[in-house]
Write a protein that binds this ligand. Structure first.
Ligand code: ZN
Length: 673
């Protein structure tokens, strides 16, 4: 492992912070924390933590000895000085003299001793950092260290490799008990350079950030050298076979089984490396042994679901296999829960797998958002690789199931999980014509409520702008072309697992008197305002039926569908057909709990209703522009956000289908029966 510390780089790095009068030691702390965070072999996604001891003043100007510790929620790779919380260290150390302190009490106590109450919650490993006398303390879950620890002779190996320089700490659950254990062992030998936390990770210390960081790199390199020297056994691989299904075909089936109680996103990944990692013949039994470091359980559950569907020939057969495998997983998880639960106050988490491995295909990871699913996938990919390496020359062993359970059901971790209860969390929403005014307003509305939103549009420039803004996943798609939509759907199923809500919004408006409309223009109008909606609805319904979890189709119709306007025939007639289409879908797919509803909006300034068009339309109705826009019962202008609100409330109206909601400020002629 390369030592990335550079005096030159540090000088450059610190210049900006020095201007903002950040203390030198905290700048140093940020610099080497980022070095650690930049290597996924050391820490992944918020894993690991670092600290520095210092002196600082509180709001009354009183000086205190403090420890700056990484705040939870911060990632070492991009941490800033305000990602560290300063805690008064003297009262913290006194806590260790108590007989027993619950983890909640410890967290409250730590919070009470913060210098600035608005700083983030300090890491649960704060107390361990505080015990160490050295100024700088670094902690990682290095893969190489875990590779050494998680073997039958892990303890002996650690002692052989690190000798007396490192303290060996047997496995104890992170939190107060671990701090107590470290306190007891560290007292015996205050000159150690670091600690190996058995089947958990490594700590290094030093009086400068460079020293502590360098000790980390040196220790990990030592472990790496040992691993390299080992003779490699050849692992028996399953013969590479081409599976009969693609990830996007399997994903909606899996997602259906996953989402029986809650909604989840299902993200797929594969690569040559992954394929070779997951094709071990004994993968299932190996991975059933547990996790390589305790906090992975939050990301991966205690064991993944491992599937081999090499000989499965039809989707029907696949569905049968999956149904059975989910039942088995649920039974095994429930058993694990029952075997380890200690009191009846703890309730079981959703008993679904968080990682699903399909041999010869790749890894599916589950999360309440795409981001969470991807993080879970990263952690799983890395841990499967590390476990595979252990198996090459030894046997993977984990901590006890009871210990894994205690971390998974730790009240502090459970509290984190409960916080995320956004109404649209885990739902996938697709908006066609999504780069336009109404499309964007609708996409925003769903996103604000926690949904994953994908925008489809045929305007490449707008899509590029959206990508630059990094607001939405946006894909190019010509919705009048079935293959173009199918291609987009494949990508969506692989990335998100399927679809829950379709907002079919793409449209075109042309004006002409009936006898003057060219056949080409009328056909084009029907193509976009009617046929494209059928294409996207039919393909979406296929996915929704496969998921077997219901669904929601939302059509942007128009008040023109029931109240035609002069010289607007090509628009009105195609929208009237769209209204019929909306009802037809409601009729045919209600039995699958797929709802179909529409919005009749009117006079909303957008890409369709441009200033020029408004002028023309008001002229054709013989009224002023202002009266045209406000010409409704409520005498008020209607905006794209109002249409978005209507789509959103229809998506939440679980008992409503075949309904049309008007968003026009009130228009008796256009009102529904
Ligand atoms: Zn840790």
């Amino acid at each position: 492992m390369k030592n990335l510390f550079s005096k030159k780089n540090y000088k450059k790095f610190s210049a900006e912070y020095k201007k903002n009068s950040i203390p030198d030691e905290l700048i140093e702390r940020v610099y080497t924390s980022r070095l650690l965070g930049s290597d996924p072999n050391l820490v992944l996604h918020g894993g690991g933590n670092t600290s520095v001891k210092s002196v600082c003043k509180d709001s009354d100007g009183e000086s205190h000895k403090v420890i700056y510790v990484k705040g939870s929620g911060w990632d070492l790779s991009n941490i800033e000085p305000n990602g560290f919380s300063a805690i008064k260290i003297t009262p913290l150390i006194k806590l260790l003299n108590k007989e027993n302190v619950s983890d909640e009490e410890m967290v409250n106590f730590t919070k009470k001793n913060l210098i600035d109450l608005s700083s983030p919650n300090p890491s649960v490993e704060t107390l361990v950092h505080a015990i160490i006398k050295d100024k700088f303390v670094d902690h990682t879950h290095s893969n190489a260290i875990l590779e050494i620890c998680n073997r039958p002779n892990g303890k002996k190996l650690c002692k052989d490799i690190f000798g007396e320089e490192f303290l060996f700490v047997p496995y104890v659950m992170p939190g107060y008990l671990l701090a107590k254990k470290v306190f007891e062992l560290y007292k015996e030998d205050l000159n150690v350079k670091g600690m190996i936390l058995y089947r958990h990770g490594i700590f290094t210390f030093g009086d400068t950030s460079e020293k502590s960081y360098t000790r980390m790199i040196n220790a990990v390199s030592k472990a790496e050298r040992y691993i390299k020297k080992q003779e490699k056994n050849k692992i028996v691989q399953i013969k590479r076979k081409k599976i009969n299904f693609s990830s996007d075909e399997i994903a909606p089936l899996l997602r259906g089984y996953l989402c029986k109680r809650k909604n989840y996103i299902l993200n797929f990944r594969s690569s040559k490396k992954i394929l070779s990692d997951i094709n071990n013949k004994n993968l299932k039994s190996i991975l059933n042994r547990g996790v390589i470091t305790p906090d992975h359980v939050i990301r991966t559950k205690p064991f993944p679901m491992v599937l081999n569907i090499d000989n499965c020939k039809s989707l029907k057969m696949l569905n049968k296999i999956l149904k059975n495998q989910f039942k088995i997983y649920c039974q095994n998880y429930t058993k694990y829960f029952d075997d380890n639960v200690k009191n009846n106050k703890t309730s079981i988490l959703d008993s679904i797998p968080q990682i699903i491995i399909v041999q010869n295909l790749g890894i599916f990871s589950v999360g309440k958002s795409l981001n969470e699913a991807k993080i879970n996938g990263d952690v799983s990919e890395m841990s499967i690789r590390t476990i595979g390496k252990i198996e090459e020359n030894s046997k993977f062993q984990s901590i006890k199931n009871q210990d894994i359970f205690d971390v998974e059901y730790w009240s502090l971790e459970q509290a984190k999980i409960k916080k995320n209860s956004n109404s649209m969390a885990g739902k996938v929403v697709l908006v066609t014509g999504g780069a336009g005014t109404i499309g964007l307003a609708t996409a925003n509305k769903f996103k604000q409520n926690g949904a994953e939103v994908i925008i489809l549009d045929n305007d490449r420039k707008k899509i590029k702008d959206l990508k630059i803004l990094n607001t939405f996943e946006s894909l190019y798609c010509d919705v009048t072309n079935r293959n173009s939509f199918k291609k987009a759907m494949k990508k969506i199923c692989s990335t998100y697992g399927g679809i829950d809500i379709l907002v079919s919004n793409a449209g075109i408006a042309t004006q002409s008197e009936m006898i003057n409309i060219s056949d080409k223009d009328l056909l084009e109008s029907f193509n976009i305002n009617f046929f494209s909606h059928h294409i996207v609805a039919s393909e979406s319904v296929k996915i929704m039926k496969t998921q077997d979890k219901g669904g929601c189709l939302l059509f942007n119709i128009s008040k023109q569908s029931v109240n035609p306007g002069m010289n607007f025939g090509s628009y009105g007639t195609s929208k009237a057909a769209l209204l019929a289409l909306c009802k037809q879908y409601a009729l045919e797919y209600g039995k699958y709990k797929i709802r179909s509803n529409g919005v009749n909006a009117d006079r909303i300034k957008s890409g369709l209703l441009t200033d020029k068009m408004i002028e023309k339309r008001s002229k054709s109705r013989n009224i002023s522009i202002e009266n045209y826009l406000k010409g409704n019962l409520l005498n008020t202008q209607v905006f794209a956000e109002d249409v978005a609100e209507a789509f959103y409330s229809l998506s939440n109206s679980e008992k409503t289908t075949a309904a049309i909601l008007t968003v026009d400020g009130g228009n008796i002629e256009a009102s529904m029966r």
